[in-house]
Design a protein around this ligand. Structure first.
Ligand SMILES: *Cc1c(COP(=O)(O)O)cnc(C)c1O
Length: 361
């Protein structure tokens, strides 16, 4: 199920495009103006910029780690000409950007001054928007029972599939596919959720250790007992891990399978898919396809979610197939457009003053 035909070539456009318009409608009605600040390792930043560019009541500032995003990702953030779009290249890592963002939200004075707002992946409206395409898949295939394999990072996309199932969609298995950052596979297969270090992979949008939306599944699997879930989350904070209670493990496994693909398997799957079908797939999609292959049931069609366009990750695709996928037409001149970006020190006060200055213009 190709979900990457939106403006920034990743499935995140589905949710971002919707909430951009929702924000604008409500702000217009209230006569308010807000500043959206986000930190990105690539795809979320461009999807947010694309959703909010040119809107009257919103400034959008995206922090990304200088020199650590792909050229396509960077250009998607730095080439929009609208005055309300501000790309900030921070002299640090993605973790630094995320830390500064958290500190900004904790700074009450700053928060009020610029009317700070967020669009991160636990935003409930984003999850809801993603429920729709699970139903669309079912309707397209005549309403028969389906299984889904979903390349997973923050557990937002596949959690939307679980919501669809809870709403009554005829669904058999929901298969979590991870790259070598496989904390979710270990949690679902073995019951132990344990944070390690993030390994960079060729599917970078899934290079995540703590999957924010997984907490929501736990809440459901533990009889919606908020206090017990909070205790597990606390132990995650204190000791870097927790064991999922047996009964909750069994409930999770009633709906979910989980598996991971190594870097080599991912590359091989891109090559094999091209050889078998003539289709170029992005490395995230390839992780999903590789895992889907080992979870097939003869009686139930498997829908694999394709989360990004191959041209967004041209190096990995070229390495596997020898073919460099071209950008689609609407991004065809991305490499020729002029860039606008503000370099900023890896320092909270410096970032805050740039944001103040940008939104004043
Ligand atoms: C964000 C992203 C994912 C992971 O989605 P989650 O909702 O975080 O699980 C997978 N593939 C691509 C291309 C992405 O951009």
């Amino acid at each position: 199920m190709e979900l990457f035909h939106g403006p920034t070539l990743a499935f995140k456009d589905f949710a971002m495009q919707l909430i951009g318009q929702m924000f604008q409608t409500v702000l217009e009605r209230r006569g308010e103006r807000i500043t959206i600040v986000g930190a990105t390792s690539g795809d979320t930043g461009s999807a947010a910029i694309e959703a909010f560019r040119g809107l009257d009541n919103v400034d959008v500032c995206i922090l990304y780690p200088h020199g650590r995003v792909s050229e396509v990702q960077r250009r998607q953030m730095t080439t929009p000409a609208e005055a309300n779009v501000h790309a900030l290249a921070v002299e640090g890592t993605f973790d630094d950007c995320q830390r500064h963002l958290k500190d900004m939200f904790a700074d009450q004075a700053f928060r009020g001054e610029v009317r700070l707002a967020a669009v991160n992946s636990i935003n409930w409206a984003r999850v809801l928007a993603q429920v729709v395409y699970y139903w669309w898949a079912s309707a397209s295939l005549g309403g028969q029972t389906l299984s889904f394999t979903v390349p997973t990072g923050n557990f937002g996309d596949i959690y939307a599939g679980f919501i669809a199932k809870r709403m009554g969609l005829a669904t058999d298995r929901l298969v979590i596919a991870t790259n070598r950052n496989d904390i979710l596979r270990a949690a679902v297969q073995g019951g132990r959720y344990e944070v390690g270090t993030v390994h960079p992979t060729i599917s970078p949008s899934m290079d995540i250790q703590v999957s924010s939306n997984f907490e929501r599944l736990l809440f459901d699997a533990m009889d919606r007992d908020g206090a017990r879930v909070a205790a597990l989350m606390n132990s995650l904070k204190q000791s870097g891990g927790f064991t999922i209670p047996e009964a909750a493990q069994a409930r999770i496994r009633r709906h979910f399978d989980a598996d991971s693909a190594s870097e080599e398997e991912t590359g091989d799957r891109i090559a094999a898919t091209f050889a078998d079908t003539g289709e170029l797939v992005c490395p995230h999609t390839a992780v999903g396809l590789d895992v889907a292959e080992t979870h097939l049931d003869i009686d139930v069609p498997m829908v694999a979610l394709a989360t990004a366009h191959p041209a967004k990750f041209p190096d990995a695709v070229e390495a596997a197939t020898g073919i460099r996928p071209p950008l689609p037409k609407h991004l065809g001149n991305l490499y020729d457009r002029s860039e606008r970006v503000t370099r900023v020190e890896n320092d909270l006060a410096a970032i805050q003053s740039v944001i103040r200055e940008k939104r004043a213009k």
